[in-house]
Design a protein around this ligand. Structure first.
Ligand SMILES: [Zn+2]
Ligand SMILES: [Zn+2]
Length: 217
């Protein structure tokens, strides 16, 4: 007998994955399993606590199924055809969405990276995120500001800890004076920083945030 969140296996009566099972009930102390194909299977002589477990697992499986795979249903405009301005103007602060789910960190990271590419346009108006708002516009605005190197601390908006954390780098000491600096939001983005003459970073800059991150750590 094997019962977990994937399969229901009670030999010699049944062995199938939950997705083939439509419903469960008990009848005259027998567990009855209804399959998607309409078959009805009676399983006698199960101890009460096993039946209870099966019901619990089934309801958990059902709940998991009803959860959308991704909670994000908005479409990000395609990037970056008309520069950042067209990108950001496509979005408006929407107070009704202030509790919107977080944009996945890899997307935020992409937005920040795109912003970096457009950094020369930095004189453009960067939309300001509203305090305590998690609408698409405000989340993206925060990512843009970070990507363009605007330090949120210098803005006259209050930024809480949470917003600052995604500027952080994971730092790992790899050897004498050698540190590995990894973007916690994207493991693929990592640099090696060497802290002895000549100080350097594999990103190629002598003055980069990776070196600063190591120095401040
Ligand atoms: Zn907003
Ligand atoms: Zn660097």
């Amino acid at each position: 007998m094997k019962i977990n969140d994937k399969i229901l296996n009670i030999p010699p009566y049944i062995s199938t994955s939950w997705e083939n099972i439509t419903s469960l009930f008990t009848q005259n102390d027998q567990l009855v399993v209804i399959l998607k194909n309409g078959a009805k299977i009676d399983i006698p002589n199960l101890p009460g606590e096993v039946i209870e477990d099966i019901f619990k697992i089934h309801s958990k499986v059902l709940e998991d199924q009803s959860k959308p795979k991704t909670s994000i249903s908005f479409g990000l405009p395609s990037l970056p055809t008309g520069g950042l301005e067209s990108f950001t103007s496509a979005m408006q602060h929407n107070p009704e969405q202030k509790d919107a789910p977080d944009i996945p960190s890899d997307i935020i990271n992409k937005i920040a990276n795109i912003a970096k590419l457009f950094a020369e346009e930095a004189n453009m108006d960067i939309p300001k995120p509203e305090d305590n708002c998690n609408c698409m516009h405000c989340q993206v605005s925060r990512a843009l500001q970070i990507g363009m190197g605007i330090n949120p601390e210098n803005l006259d908006v209050e930024v809480d800890e949470k917003d600052l954390t995604f500027r952080d780098w994971d730092i790992l000491e790899e050897g004498a004076h050698l540190y590995r600096v990894t973007n916690p939001l994207d493991e693929k983005e990592h640099y090696s920083v060497f802290l002895k003459d000549p100080i350097g970073c594999t990103c190629g800059n002598k003055n980069c945030e990776h070196i600063k991150a190591v120095l401040n750590s």
